[in-house]
Design a binder for this molecule. Sequence first.
Ligand SMILES: [Fe+2]
Ligand SMILES: [Fe+2]
Length: 154
Amino acid sequence: MTIAEELEVEHRSIDTRLADFVASLEAGEVRATSYRDSAGELRQHIYLEEQWLFPPLREIGLIPPVLVMLREHGELWGTLETIDRLLDAASPDLDALREACGRLGEQLDAHNQKEEAIIYRAAVEQLDPQTQESVAMALADETMPARWRCQLAP
Ligand SMILES: [Fe+2]
Ligand SMILES: [Fe+2]
């Protein structure tokens, strides 16, 4: 698989886990592990992009699209923290959780569409093979520093 394909697989996995959580909310229960799996994968994915993928893309001149992605990561991060706080409550507010998850889903759809069409495409077409290999190795590594937050987190 190319790094674009691997990153797209992660987008789908994050979406599927989030959809599972939303389905639980619709059924009046709170399957928090589905949310934690989705949020954990999303945070790891954002880390990989900001730490390994975006810097070489900036170096080859893709500055404005990378800035848009960083801004949107900050917005996604804010929504994740809102949902975390709602889930920390003794009896979580289901309506507020549904609303926040709806927002997260919309933010993800808009972000991922642009990212796949512009950023991932540029990555496979324009980054040299060694750089793509180092991104692939970071993807396989799946570790993130404790308490890491994205660059434009609120
Ligand atoms: Fe992203
Ligand atoms: Fe992404």
